[in-house]
Design a protein around this ligand. Structure first.
Ligand code: ADP
Ligand code: MG
Length: 708
């Protein structure tokens, strides 16, 4: 069980002012970098370490090489150069030799550094007038530290807090804690034993004052796990609580309606579709509400899965709703789904034949008033079985007889408020099952963290018979236009995506207009070309899309408004100009607009790469069309910040853990969390763990985490 020791809560109640040598001025400086309590201080981890035994030395460092050196200041002098710049020269030595550090226009270095200071410097060794020198190296003041491995903390020049000061204060805090009773360790001992973790006292001491880099690794492992475990415990509890608190609907799965739908599709479901439908059915027949994320690449056939779920609800006399993020997409879904459900009937004892046609409708902001009245009456009385629309469907005062299944397309944020809105839809307080669909794959472990309060199903198999899309990265435009002319001559259609200009909408529109004019007058002269961009009104957008869908337009020149959901199987070429400006996910989505029919399709990524990351992105796109593989590359390139997105706001507990580097630990933490709290009894037996979760994810943040 839990050993006695100081809890993180207790450390969070101790202010840094309690520490020796921390007066008002320091307290204020620390507050600027969000360090207020002893806990904040101890959880400020070294940014890097300096291993004295493996340190480069001045005498052995070749000129032209970059290196990190541990040196002592012997002399500081400042002067002005002939052209008036300030120049601070700092003579340093490391016992094997000496060199000069020169800083231009950093006059404050004269105050910062004095003889006897120990510094870690990182820079390139040059030679000036035959003497070794580093120009404007990165400098960390480490103070007078002994020990083989020296921690280097994230110092803040603006707050005036230096790495050696942090080191001293942290040393003092550690000494005090260890003198009293050490750190309490609330992680169950069987878990610690299973992963061979060091205890928390050892981990916190070693992360700050390691004797070897191996100790750093050992400490890091443990602390990373703790961070991830806290998050997973919260997410899993959240998930279980939702399942238990709400009254759901036990649907009849495997009814004739769904079977008839599958039989009439004209193709066999893929293995992945069958598996995911089964996963969903297992949830649907339980009397607790489902809350599931369906991840599937563009074209993987999510619609069929979604409609199967909607029909399972309709089979039992309930209604289904599908929400899309925009009117255009809602309209498109409506066309597709109405076609899939044509000629289907539902039981209706009130009619002579005992059945009537299944009724599907579209409700958006631009539905005419009379139509709208008919539909809302139908929803309230049961005449409408499946409704498709925008998010407004569940937010407005639209009443249902019995809403049984809600599919949310591309809606990444679906939280507590939406759920509350859903609860009000049904007079008997029952909550419909929810399936959230996304075509933006994210790596599994990232999904576990970002969507940890949802179950996740993955469509990881493409329907057969797709001709793969050939992707080419071309520095010049010419080959792309050749392909465009060739494909249009063969009766196909083409998208041209204009350069992304994040800084300005207006500039982006202008550039799109210029591209259109240029193509009309030169490279694509004579073809029927139309424009589509974000400044179009919704009617204009609809008209442009309709013309393209009808084949009246051969080439659609567009900004990224076409990114999601547009489905024109006759389109076989996607040309993306200045492709290196787009992110991987965006490029992948754009490319997914072609390759939707039987004909071979092509994607041209045009332009030079202007950054190494840009080059990596384009290469990845050429190499694979697998969205999950691309998501992994994206995570590698961008780090987890972007995936966590807004969830990183507030007091973030992920200090050491990286969703990228620590994938295995995300899974381990999830598994442990499920073992501990998956049964819904909560952390009754682990009150200290419960308490430290609220210290880190404070009530506000916890709310925020789950509302977003
Ligand atoms: P997503 O929404 O996942 O991008 P869709 O559901 O729109 O994909 O499906 C893309 C296309 O593939 C549609 O034309 C659909 O009819 C077709 N499709 C779906 N499932 C299969 C399957 N099992 N076999 C053949 N074609 C399929
Ligand atoms: Mg779709």
């Amino acid at each position: 069980m839990t050993e006695p020791g100081l809890t993180l809560r207790e450390l969070d109640q101790r202010l840094v002012t309690d520490l020796k040598g921390v007066g008002e001025k320091r307290t204020a400086a620390l507050a600027k970098i969000e360090i207020r309590t002893v806990l904040d201080l101890l959880f400020t981890y070294p940014r890097k370490y300096l291993d004295r035994t493996r340190q480069a030395t001045i005498n052995e460092l070749p000129v032209g090489e970059e290196a990190m050196l541990l040196v002592e200041v012997t002399k500081v002098s400042a002067r002005r150069t002939r052209n008036g710049r300030s120049l601070v020269e700092v003579a340093v030595t490391d016992g094997t030799g000496s060199l000069s550090l020169t800083f231009f226009n950093q006059g404050w270095r004269e105050q910062q550094l004095s003889p006897g200071d120990e510094l870690v410097v990182f820079g390139r060794l040059d030679q000036y007038q035959g003497r070794p020198q580093m120009t404007s190296p990165i400098v960390d003041l480490v103070g007078n530290r002994t020990g083989r491995v020296v921690p280097v903390y994230p110092q803040s020049e603006t707050a005036g807090v230096h790495t050696w000061e942090l080191d001293t204060m942290i040393g003092e805090a550690l000494r005090r804690v260890m003198m009293v009773k050490g750190f309490s360790d609330p992680v169950p001992s069987d878990v610690r034993a299973r992963y061979r973790f060091v205890d928390r006292s050892t981990a916190i001491n070693q992360i700050h004052h390691p004797e070897s880099m191996a100790q750093v690794a050992e400490a890091r492992r443990r602390l990373v796990f703790d961070e991830l475990l806290r998050i997973q415990l919260e997410l899993v509890q959240r998930k279980v609580a939702l399942e238990q608190s709400a009254k759901g609907i036990a649907h009849q799965v495997g009814g004739s309606l769904v079977t008839a739908f599958h039989d009439n599709l004209g193709f066999d479901l893929t293995g992945a579709q069958l598996r995911v439908i089964q996963e969903i059915n297992a949830d649907l027949k339980e009397p607790r509400p489902m809350h599931r994320l369906l991840q599937g690449d563009v074209g993987s056939g999510k619609t069929v899965v979604a409609v199967s779920a909607l029909l399972a609800a309709v089979q039992g006399g309930h209604q289904g709703a599908l929400m899309a993020p925009t009117e255009v997409l809602a309209g498109q879904h409506y066309l597709g789904i109405a076609a899939l459900l044509r000629n289907m009937t539902v039981p209706d004892p009130a009619t002579l034949l005992g059945e009537r046609p299944l009724q599907v409708d579209l409700l958006t902001g631009s539905t005419p008033a009379a139509e709208r009245r008919r539909i809302t009456v139908g929803l309230a009385t049961g005449g409408v079985d499946v409704i498709i629309g925008t998010h407004a469907l569940i937010q407005e005062s639209v009443a249902f007889v019995s809403l049984g299944m809600v599919v949310v397309d591309e809606q990444h944020r679906f939280g507590v408020e939406q759920r509350a809105a859903l609860r009000e839809k049904n007079s008997d307080d029952s909550v419909p099952d929810v399936l959230v669909m996304t075509a933006t794959p994210i790596p599994r472990t990232a999904a576990m963290t970002v969507y940890g309060d949802l179950d996740v199903s993955v469509l990881d198999e493409m329907p057969p018979g797709r001709t793969p899309i050939t992707t080419e990265w071309v520095k010049e435009e010419a080959p792309a236009w050749d392909a465009v002319r060739r494909e249009v001559a063969a009766g196909h259609q083409v998208y041209v995506v204009c350069p992304l200009i994040e800084e300005s909408d207006a500039l982006e529109v202008r550039s799109a207009e210029e591209t259109l004019t240029r193509l009309q007058e030169t490279e694509l002269e004579g073809l029927s070309i139309e424009l589509l961009h974000g400044r179009f009104s919704s009617d204009e957008k609809k008209a442009a899309m309709a013309a393209f869908r009808a084949g009246e337009t051969s080439v659609l020149v567009a900004t990224t408004v076409i990114e999601v959901g547009v489905d024109v199987p006759n389109a076989t070429v996607m040309v993306i100009l200045d492709a290196d400006r787009f992110g991987i996910a965006q490029l992948h989505q754009l490319r997914g607009r072609v390759g939707r029919g039987a004909a071979e399709s092509f994607c041209y990524l045009v332009g030079e790469a202007t950054t190494p990351d840009g080059e990596e992105r384009l290469r990845a796109l050429v190499r694979t069309t697998d969205g999950f593989e691309l998501a992994e590359v994206d995570l590698d390139l961008r780090g987890e910040g972007t995936i966590m997105g807004q969830r990183q706001k507030g007091r973030n507990d992920l200090r050491l853990a990286s969703l990228r580097r620590d994938r295995e630990w995300v899974e381990a933490a999830r598994e442990v969390a499920i073992n501990l709290v998956g049964d819904g009894t909560g952390l009754k037996n682990h009150p200290e763990l419960a308490d430290e979760i609220s210290v880190f994810l404070g009530d506000e943040e916890t709310d925020y985490l789950f509302r977003s």
